[in-house]
Ligand binder design. Structure first.
Ligand code: AMP
Length: 389
């Protein structure tokens, strides 16, 4: 079965055509700068070289039609289409096959993720129009966290306000955390029961997963909450917002931009949101880079234990995403701070680079520590197979 997986971001559209029988990726690419001057596409086929071609993408619809032309040109069947949707709101505890009602709901909850849901719905629309005979499935990043107990998802705000405005913890990265659980469980032959999944990338979140169920997660109503991220603050005292507006004279939009795009590791290091640059800066003795890495390690360790409380313990930690998979230094900094809990990693194993699931647990460790490359696209494709296969 060949599944086309589409991941539409605010100004990008990533895609993969995956053969689920062999797990081969027949083609993949990314349309970038959609709606911005200088838009282009990067595309590769059968693991070959990536070609970059300028292409006009005034809208996500244009980009998706362009992608469909490329993919149909391969002469392979498309047996189902899976769409990543960032926010499922209060509607989607599971992935679903798209009909008009589903699409209306994706748009209805869009005020919770306005940069994503509207364009994602447009792309689903375009695919349905272009290939009416092929089924579409939406896979929401929030669905996995539906299993959280009320003690995790409810906010201590007035009930009527929460009910009217649907305010609660939704979490994010659910598709990734679900994949990380699946891959971890496979690797440990079912020995994992209480997993801390650490999705550490340009956006980062932790998830407490007990026997496959999300019990708590660090992102909240929006993906701004929790860990220190590339350009996002993570958790700060909410009153900081009022103070910035009342005393600092910033508008709501300016605070939004500051907290989402100008904060996090970028603000701390003063040079970059990319941990590769920050690690290089720290190596040269840059004090701001050193504190940025220390704070990242401290906050991640701190929230790891917050997640552990949701399960009253943990037996496995799984590092994933750009930083979690590729930065031995960040893994070491996080685990060092958890040494008092008995967490140990093996220095040599931690230094190994590979695309495989690997065990980096040190001798005498209280928990198993793994590196688990995430694969949200494959998870989405599995859902399509389950619902349409
Ligand atoms: P993601 O959002 O999962 O694609 O992660 C992207 C981030 O991963 C980048 O912004 C970097 O901060 C980080 N990253 C990627 N490769 C490395 C590496 N080799 N060492 C340290 N950090 C890395």
């Amino acid at each position: 079965m060949n599944v086309l997986v589409i991941n539409a971001g605010s100004s990008s559209l990533k895609y993969q055509l995956i053969d689920l029988t062999t797990q081969e990726v027949h083609a993949k690419g990314n349309c970038e700068r959609i709606g911005i001057e200088g838009s282009f596409i990067t595309h590769s086929e059968h693991g070959g070289e990536t070609e970059r071609t300028p292409a006009p993408f005034p809208t996500h619809r244009d980009a998706s039609e362009y992608v469909l032309d490329l993919i149909t040109g391969l002469g392979l069947s498309i047996d189902g289409i899976g769409h990543r949707v960032v926010q499922g709101g209060w509607y989607f505890p599971k992935s679903v096959v798209v009909d008009d009602e589903v699409l209306a709901k994706v748009r209805e909850v869009a005020p919770l993720a306005p940069l994503h849901n509207y364009v994602e719905a447009d792309v689903v629309d375009a695919m349905r129009a272009a290939m009416p005979e092929v089924g579409n499935v939406v896979v929401c990043d929030t669905s996995f966290h539906y299993s959280m107990p009320e003690t995790s998802w409810r906010y201590a705000l007035p009930r009527d306000v929460c009910d009217r405005l649907h305010i609660r913890k939704y979490g994010a990265h659910g598709t990734s955390h679900r994949y990380i659980w699946r891959a971890t469980n496979e690797f440990t032959h079912g020995e994992t029961h209480k997993l801390i999944s650490l999705h550490l990338g340009s956006g980062s979140s932790l998830c407490a997963i007990e026997d496959g169920k999300s019990m708590d997660t660090t992102m909240g109503l929006t993906p701004l909450d929790g860990l220190i991220m590339g350009t996002r603050t993570g958790t700060v005292d909410p009153a900081t917002v009022f103070y910035l507006e009342r005393v600092g004279g910033y508008t709501v939009d300016e605070v939004d931009t500051m907290m989402n795009k100008q904060s996090g590791l970028l603000a701390l290091s003063g040079i970059s949101s990319d941990t590769r640059d920050i690690e290089a800066g720290a190596e040269k003795g840059d004090e701001n880079c050193i504190i940025a890495l220390e704070m990242f390690g401290y906050r991640t360790a701190q929230l790891t234990l917050e997640m552990a409380q949701a399960m009253e313990g943990f037996d496995t930690m799984a590092f994933s995403a750009g930083i979690g998979e590729n930065s031995p230094l960040c893994r070491e900094k996080i685990c060092e701070r958890l040494a008092w809990q008995g967490v140990r990693i093996d220095k040599e194993k931690n230094a190994v680079r590979s695309g495989e699931v690997r065990d980096i647990t040190g001798e005498g460790s209280s928990v198993r520590v793994l590196v688990v490359p995430t694969n949200e696209e494959l998870m989405i494709a599995y859902d399509v197979q389950e619902l349409l296969g």
